[in-house]
Design a protein around this ligand. Sequence first.
Ligand SMILES: Nc1ccn([C@@H]2O[C@H](COP(=O)(O)OP(=O)(O)OP(=O)(O)O)[C@@H](O)[C@H]2O)c(=O)n1
Ligand SMILES: C[C@](O)(CO)[C@H](O)COP(=O)(O)O
Length: 254
Amino acid sequence: MSDDSRPSPSAAPSAARTAAVIPAAGRGVRLGPGAPKALRALGGTPMLIHAVRAMAASRAVSLVVVVAPPEGAAEVKSLLDAYALPERTDFVVVPGGQTRQESVKLGLDALPPGHDIVLVHDAARPLVPVDTVDAVIEAVRDGAPAVVPALPLADTVKQVEPARAPGEPEPVVATPERARLRAVQTPQGFDRATLVRAHETVTGDVTDDAGMVEQLGLTVVAVPGHEEAFKVTRPLDLVLAEAVLARRRLNDGF
Ligand SMILES: Nc1ccn([C@@H]2O[C@H](COP(=O)(O)OP(=O)(O)OP(=O)(O)O)[C@@H](O)[C@H]2O)c(=O)n1
Ligand SMILES: C[C@](O)(CO)[C@H](O)COP(=O)(O)O
């Protein structure tokens, strides 16, 4: 289905151009043995291509920076040439680093001037709908320095004292109030200068970019996420992703 007729933030002219950085350099250890996760097939097409298409589906996004597996930059360039992608979008490929945080920084370093809004989107979230992408961009355009798509939790969450040895029971120390918790997805959207400052300033382990902006003392806001924006992490996630794709193909009539 073409998304060209959908209303999108980019339908209105704006001075703020948007770029998307896609960290795709992970191995995918939790998915099991095989090629780097972003290059594995989903519905016969590499997961990375789905993620690139998901970003390029937003008419606001004029540049996509793909952060490739360190030895796979040439292969990623060939893939981007081989698959049909919107002509209005430019693509840059850079090799990634040892951690997600390093890979995002390498992608940011490759951004040319002229893009004031930056999305960071996991290649491992190949099926995020364009409406979610646009909602994130819209919230940044409305003035938020950092925006995350987020969903309420279905499970109750416990805080534990981690086990001292594998297999040992873990003492539960707290039960956070579920109504105030959210599971955070990507794309996360940022005012570019804020994200660059966060990556230049914040050290230590973080699991998402918005967390780095929080450490600067700035406000991060959440907009509704989407259940199809889940991260392909373990083998069962691939089964779900294939099912979502099959349902979309059925609904689109091809
Ligand atoms: N050194 C790294 C590690 C991760 N990523 C990217 O960050 C995203 C989220 O990471 P995750 O899903 O955890 O991927 P992996 O690190 O590949 O997974 P695993 O921990 O199972 O190996 C993915 O798109 C992944 O390619 C990256 O660009 N560079
Ligand atoms: C960025 C992220 O997808 C937000 O949920 C997540 O934190 C990435 O975690 P991972 O362990 O690197 O997959």
